[in-house]
Design a protein around this ligand. Structure first.
Ligand SMILES: O=C(NCCO)c1cc(-c2ccc(F)cc2)cc(O)c1O
Ligand SMILES: [Mg+2]
Length: 221
């Protein structure tokens, strides 16, 4: 049977990771990507930076754009209490199917709400669908040319407020230049670049975090 990459990654998790143990799922994926086949998970080096920003923010509501195989969903939710609201959006049904099984293998299926669809379609429905007013933490790891339109959409929908942190992967490779210009230009935000490397390689990459300083766009200028 010929398996696509995401299925081979899932197979590596099923064979090498201990059910109910998120750290073993993360280790199994990183080992597979380092030794068998490269895949576009945020990886262990940038993953450690993601961990630190999540712990520093200790969010009660989290949105992730771009689930892929569920690696960063497992990374994020293994750090947060069961009461945390975590929503992750994935438009590719094959990736979503693999991610559900990876998240289940980690034992985090009750903490993760994986929604299939396009971020531009789903973001405006967040409040109604999930009764969430604002997100404390948002992780961008989807199509890089969607970063800028989607952060604008989140703002326009009033889903970001004072203290909300938006962390974006791949701001150097593949790159999101317009997004970087935008988040680094406004006075209403403080942004910070975390220099790192493209997952499982020595290619330069990094994460950019943006923290809203002023009040949300709906209650102050
Ligand atoms: O497209 C990406 N994600 C959205 C789709 O799920 C993505 C791509 C790459 C990457 C690919 C090809 C290459 F040559 C270099 C980088 C890396 C990532 O971390 C990513 O998140
Ligand atoms: Mg990425």
């Amino acid at each position: 049977l010929v398996l696509v990459l995401s299925s081979r990654l899932l197979q590596a998790v099923c064979i090498n990771a201990v059910r109910g143990n998120p750290d073993s799922v993360i280790a199994a994926i990183d080992h597979f990507c380092q030794n068998q086949e490269w895949a576009m998970n945020v990886g262990d080096e940038k993953g450690a930076i993601l961990d630190s920003v999540v712990m520093e923010t200790s969010p009660s509501t989290v949105l992730e754009l771009g689930t892929y195989c569920g690696y960063s969903a497992v990374r994020i939710m293994r750090l947060l209490p069961p009461a945390t609201r975590f929503i992750t959006l994935e438009m590719n049904p094959d990736y979503a199917a693999v991610a559900r099984q990876v998240i289940q293998h980690a034992g985090l299926q009750d903490k993760v709400c994986l929604v299939e669809g396009k971020s531009a379609d789903l973001i405006p429905k967040m409040a109604d669908m999930f009764g969430i007013r604002t997100f404390d933490f948002v992780f961008f790891d989807h199509w890089k040319d969607c970063y800028l339109p989607d952060i604008r959409l989140l703002e326009d929908c009033g889903l970001l407020d004072q203290g909300s942190v938006v962390l974006a992967d791949n701001v150097l490779c593949p790159g999101a230049p317009e997004y970087l210009d935008y988040v680094r230009s406004s006075l209403r935000f403080s942004s910070r670049f975390y220099r790192s490397h493209l997952e499982y390689t020595r290619v330069l990459d990094g994460l950019e975090s943006r923290t809203q300083t002023g009040p949300g766009s709906h209650c102050g200028r």
